[in-house]
Design a protein around this ligand. Structure first.
Ligand SMILES: [Cu+2]
Length: 158
């Protein structure tokens, strides 16, 4: 068990280290797409993040449909009372990242596909979807995913 966790950590932690030195190279490629060009945004999607009175944590909306090749601006607002994150990625990467966050809750990231927001603040992610498929949005602050903070982005072929 210990070995498995260590392997996971190494695999996940090694990625950002390599990426920071070589963004221009092939490494930046992600199945979910790539950082978008603001001038090419064809649709803005507003998303709120908050806790609910019955103890859930939610994205509203939490089910998105876009088309391959589209550049989307996600305007994300934290309307809750806790810090929340919006992470956009393929499901297995989200689950890997979730496991690392549970081990190292204080971990900060500076990834173009993720944003962490304090209560009452908003931010944008401009993203170009370069592949079709079903991807995930998630908040990886420990406990939040399991309280309901995740959703699907379905990217249609055209
Ligand atoms: Cu959260």
């Amino acid at each position: 068990m210990k070995t498995a966790i260590l392997g996971l950590l190494l695999a996940t932690l090694a990625t950002p280290v390599l990426a920071s030195g070589s963004h221009a190279g092939g490494h930046g490629e992600m199945a979910v797409g790539e950082p978008g060009d603001k001038s090419k945004v064809s649709q803005t999607i507003r998303v709120s993040m908050k806790e609910t009175p019955d103890g859930k944590m939610i994205f509203t909306p939490n089910d998105f449909k876009v088309r391959k090749g589209q550049t989307i601006r996600f305007t994300i607002k934290n309307e809750g009372e806790l810090d929340h994150e919006f992470v956009l990625d393929q499901e297995d990467k989200v689950m890997e990242h979730k496991a690392v966050m549970e081990k190292f809750p204080g971990m900060e990231h500076d990834d173009p596909n993720a944003i962490r927001l304090k209560p009452g603040t908003s931010g944008d992610i401009v993203w170009k979807f370069t592949n079709d498929g079903v991807f995930k949005i998630a908040c990886l602050v420990p406990g939040h995913y399991d309280a309901g903070m995740h959703g699907d982005v379905t990217v249609a072929k055209k």
